[in-house]
Design a protein around this ligand. Structure first.
Ligand SMILES: Nc1ncnc2c1ncn2[C@@H]1O[C@H](COP(=O)(O)OP(=O)(O)OP(=O)(O)O)[C@@H](O)[C@H]1O
Ligand SMILES: [Mg+2]
Ligand SMILES: [Zn+2]
Length: 507
């Protein structure tokens, strides 16, 4: 007697179909599972057995083998509990095998027979789009699964419900994707209008967000670096539906959607500087996405940048370049998307006052070099916009805050993004920060004055070839914020400013 059903596992954010085959034969009663790691097998057996008995069904009184195929795909065990339990009931005539073969099944079982949510349901649902088979999932995963169109989602709360659904004695109306998730913006408790002074730093952040440029905030303690960074989400453009699906799939695999169908705003991730390389970059024996992937289509904020472990900072270089992170595994390499805007914050020296006018810094030169050296040249080079955040004079701090309203800044950002999207479509990117070197001339037309100014400034300030490209990309964004097609000298001049503090400090 053989029963079959289909389940799924995830490898990175890729969903892989797994056939759950259950075979019963004569012999001493017993249960063997093949295709899972040893530890997982034992735990799955215990859960499935207990759930069946506690739901008042019987275990098959025969020798049963469960095969999860293909065997060479490394999988976590719990996702298959419900499929395995239903398979056992099918080979013992408590469930109709034909009905079971016609569904997709995902879910962990609790010992009492309740179905528990599992990670990775969204990418699995995306892979099942267009399937004629309904997807049976834990009720707690149903919102997430039904964010995907073209799929019937059957929410299941207990093993008994699943059995009765398959028997046709318990009708459950499948969920189909209804209206798109609401796009209204949740009210934010913070706003750039809370900030005293720092007009230039706010402007620079707006430029960075508009073009998707990485940014580094540098200034003395208490000048508002953390405060400014925390307000970035208030000026980011809305998620597109595709972006939201991509980002939500990563959060789903990490088990972080928590019952929400989709993320409703761009992520803002601010991991602590003690975070391990795996926590930040991703990995582990069953690879999970790290903070850089959880920040996909949003912001990764690294406060106190030089305090992060050196190897963690260095391993950011490849994903910053490629927009994804590769994790090597014995059998195959896996990759998680990781296209985020990096925002770093730091002091200019250990005491924090190196850039202040009155010579308050007493740090010995070697200490300053050691501190700054933790942020390596190649990493620094990948951060386009360097922003000085000077100390705010007491009188300014004492006055009522008069920063620009986030809503206005955001409207300008959205407008600049629309301009970019339209122009960049034929270059297969969507943000100025990602324009390739070979496309820069076409993307960045300059006025006669501007094309005279740039080489002269490069010579004078001794910028590298890489900086040249960055200055052009940033100038492009500044012109886009003004809704101007041809880059003017003023746009270049502002862009050059954002490439200047690093040369002053790291010289
Ligand atoms: N420009 C400002 N406008 C209004 N409040 C400010 C400003 N700068 C600092 N503050 C106040 O001071 C507090 C500390 O600022 P914040 O933590 O942002 O400084 P920081 O630059 O990150 O300092 P550190 O280098 O010590 O991390 C803020 O929570 C805020 O209340
Ligand atoms: Mg801070
Ligand atoms: Zn100092």
């Amino acid at each position: 007697m053989l029963a079959r059903t289909r389940s799924y596992t995830t490898f990175g954010v890729e969903a892989l179909p797994i056939e759950v085959e259950v075979d019963a034969s004569r012999g001493l009663p017993g249960l063997a599972i093949v295709g899972l790691p040893d530890q997982a097998i034992q735990e799955a057996k215990e859960r499935v057995r207990a759930a069946i008995l506690n739901s008042q069904y019987q275990l098959p009184g025969r020798r049963v083998i469960v095969n999860l195929a293909p065997a060479d795909v490394k999988k976590e065990g719990a996702v298959f509990d419900l499929a395995i339990a239903l398979g056992l009931l099918a080979v013992s005539e408590q469930v109709d095998p034909a009905r079971l073969a016609g569904v997709l099944v995902l879910g962990e079982l609790a010992l009492d027979g309740r179905v528990r949510p599992v990670p990775g349901v969204l990418p699995i649902a995306l892979a099942c789009r267009g399937s004629r088979r309904p997807l049976l999932v834990c009720a707690g995963n149903a919102a997430e699964a039904s964010a995907v169109s073209g799929l019937d989602v059957v929410p299941i709360a207990t093993l008994q419900e699943a059995v009765e659904y398959l028997a046709g004695t318990r009708p459950i109306t499948p969920r189909r994707r209804g209206a798109r998730p609401r796009t209204s913006r949740p009210l934010s408790p913070v706003d750039f209008s809370d900030v005293n002074g720092q007009a230039q730093a706010i402007r620079a952040l707006q430029v960075a967000v508009a073009g998707g440029h990485h940014a580094l905030l540098i200034g003395p303690p208490g000048s508002g670096k953390t405060m400014l960074a925390q307000r970035i989400p208030t000026i980011q453009p809305e998620f597109t539906h595709e972006e939201s699906l991509e980002a939500s799939a990563i959060h789903s695999v990490a088990g972080l959607l928590g019952g929400r169908p989709l993320l409703d705003r761009r992520p803002f991730r601010a991991p602590h500087h003690t975070s391990s390389a795996i926590a930040l970059i991703g990995g582990g024996p069953l690879p999970k996405p790290g903070e850089i992937s959880l920040a996909h289509h949003g912001v990764l904020f690294l406060d106190e940048l030089p305090e992060f472990h050196r190897d963690v900072l260095e391993s950011l270089r490849q994903p910053l370049e490629e927009g994804s992170v590769r994790i090597a595994r014995a059998r195959r390499t896996l990759s998680f998307p990781a296209r985020f805007m990096l925002v770093g914050a730091m002091n200019p020296c250990p005491c924090g006052h190196a850039m202040s006018a009155r010579g308050r810094c007493r740090c010995p030169a070697t200490k300053v070099q050691g501190y700054l050296g933790k942020v390596s040249g190649p990493l620094l080079d990948r951060i386009d916009v360097h922003i000085e955040v000077p100390a705010v004079p007491g009188a300014v701090l004492a006055a009522a805050p008069r920063g620009p309203a986030s809503m206005e800044l955001r409207a300008q950002v959205a407008q600049a993004r629309r301009r970019q999207l339209k122009r960049l479509k034929r270059f297969a990117v969507s943000l100025n920060a990602h324009v390739r070197h070979r496309d820069l001339r076409a993307v960045c037309p300059m006025s006669a004055d501007a094309s005279r100014l740039l080489p002269a400034a490069m010579e004078e300030l001794r910028f590298s070839a890489r900086s040249y490209d960055k200055i052009l990309r940033i100038a492009r964004t500044i012109a886009d914020l003004e809704d101007i097609e041809v880059i003017q000298p003023s746009h270049l001049a502002e862009a050059i400013q954002y490439r200047s503090i690093d040369r002053q400090l790291w010289a």
